[in-house]
Design a binder for this molecule. Sequence first.
Ligand SMILES: Cc1ncc(COP(=O)(O)O)c(C=O)c1O
Length: 410
Amino acid sequence: MSIQLSDIQAAQELLRGIIASTPLLADEALSREIGSRAYVKAECLQKSGSFKIRGAYNKISHLTKEEKARGVIAPSAGNHAQGVALAAKLHGIRAVIVMPQYAPLTKVRATQALGAEVVLSGLSFDDAAAHARELAQQHGYTWVHAFDDERVIAGQGTIGLEILAALPEVSTLVVPIGGGGLISGIAVAAKSLKPSVRVVGVQATGCAPVRPSLEAGHPIAVTAAQTIADGIAVKRPGDLTLPLIRQHVDDVVEVSDDEIARGIFHCAQYGKLVVEGAGAAGMAALLAGKVPVRPDDVVCTVLCGGNIDGNLLARVIEQVLVRQGRYLLLKLSLIDRPGALARIIEKVAEAGANVVDIFHRRALWLAPLGKVGVELVLEVRDDEHGREVVQRLETAGYHVEREGLGLWPE
Ligand SMILES: Cc1ncc(COP(=O)(O)O)c(C=O)c1O
């Protein structure tokens, strides 16, 4: 069976009144940046924090009474875990989620809170999946695959129907790819309704098997999965999804973690939306200019998940502020005598900068004897203000080193 528009429309009927109808929002800042009309589908506001409920609910809806009575199982430490847990709860059936032993406690708790039984097993995702297979055999649970399943793909495809209904003039869809279920469903839906729509997939550079797989003509596994976009860190595309991607997706591009960080920041700053790395990959690709667009294009990217850890979000925001020149990292050496630190702080205050962090290091730096190393993190208005602060310190006789990351536009 290959997926038809009618399967996706049937899934939409099943999901009616069950899932949140997530908004399609104009993104003026993105439009300005890329020079064509831009929109986001805010699926980060979906129940369970991502689109995963759509596919899981559709899959479970089609199980027989007996299968439902036995329950479902899935290995996952990510959004699929919560999507399956919630879908099973809504159907009133048992869900077992197998996670690696060291899965973050927040994910374990969130999945349990949705009513699933969490089994911790093995050190890696592959170990957890092997254990899940054993449990499925022993207990007759139905496997809910995260992407390589027609019902799951059809469920995810309902996002495509919603985008086309809300924005019929859309000409380019930009969609993150992990295993490929999300983009396959969206692409089948969108191209069936409007064949001229261009669909562009986005992977993280740290885990990008889709382009080599398309070139090879079969799924290829990469060994590394190093990215802040853990939701799309899937090492091998699916046997079902790869042919669908080949048939319906026009292009696949890759984004670095720095670019993904900028995407997350953009969503928070301009969209007032909390979006995780995988969910911001499409935004990242657009901001980085990796998806060529024309002025008459109408572009939409799917912000497909919002389950980001608070610590990571804080680090992302800080890093982007450095990149935008709003945080200034300076290194100076001072004479080691009373009042030297106070004087430098005075200069900083005169320049109108705010001290975020200050490190006064005697031992760690290889500063000449009689001097100490000082590292300053300052908040400034913009890059120009930052340069003024540095100049003021240099004029006052300090030798200043500015820690540089390449600067980004705001
Ligand atoms: C937030 C988010 N975005 C995108 C994806 C990719 O979906 P797929 O594996 O169907 O390509 C996932 C998968 O877990 C996800 O959690």
